[in-house]
Design a protein around this ligand. Sequence first.
Ligand SMILES: Nc1nc2c(ncn2[C@@H]2O[C@H](COP(=O)(O)OP(=O)(O)OP(=O)(O)O)[C@@H](O)[C@H]2O)c(=O)[nH]1
Ligand SMILES: [Mg+2]
Length: 224
Amino acid sequence: MTQTPPPGVAGAEPLFSEAALEAARVLFARPVEFLLGAAHTDQLPPPDLPEVAFAGRSNVGKSSLINALTGRRDLARASAEPGRTREVNLFLLDGRLRIADLPGYGFAKAPRKEAAKFQNLARAYLRGRPNLKRVYLLIDARHGLKAADAEALDALDLAAVSYQIVLTKADKLRSRDELQALVVETAAKVARRPAAFPRVAACSARLGGGIAELRAEIDAAAFG
Ligand SMILES: Nc1nc2c(ncn2[C@@H]2O[C@H](COP(=O)(O)OP(=O)(O)OP(=O)(O)O)[C@@H](O)[C@H]2O)c(=O)[nH]1
Ligand SMILES: [Mg+2]
């Protein structure tokens, strides 16, 4: 199958027009505020605004990516200690888009057992948000899709929530070719999953690669 290489990868066709990239840049430069951390789904605000959510294994870079997208250093709390984000943390961008930082999965003393559970709170959130426009399922580019991620993908497919794979920490790979190969391989792995978005994104929160394009992806998913 053919698969569009990730933005910033040699040979990639531009995915978004200059106008779309600029509109998304402007959106993400608007004021953003922390709304609340919900330990239970009944603490969530009514589903009256479009929402996007960031999910993935502990330490994959969810909080760092939210900071990179919004250009804020410490909006979402990022940490070298896995399992840092334990609640559904909601942020409000420009008074019109909510962004959810979900607790990571796969971190426990018995990792396999914990991974199989895909955190009940995140699961409940994913099932119960009619305003959820897309979930960004983050995968560490050094590891690729793992068995533990299959549990999360299954949960998303079951909940019929549209989700897009985002390869994180792209700066840790040795070359663009390596990244491109991983994008193609990952896209093939999710091709038959009913709720998976066909395009696989890649980015580096640290160096900024792929961030402008991911902003445009989010803008399109939320308001397109
Ligand atoms: N090299 C590199 N490191 C990154 C990148 N993004 C995040 N990190 C590092 O990865 C670690 C985890 O990042 P977080 O953003 O806290 O990850 P998280 O997914 O929110 O983690 P939990 O909340 O524990 O589930 C931190 O040490 C970050 O500095 C990236 O793009 N490149
Ligand atoms: Mg976090």
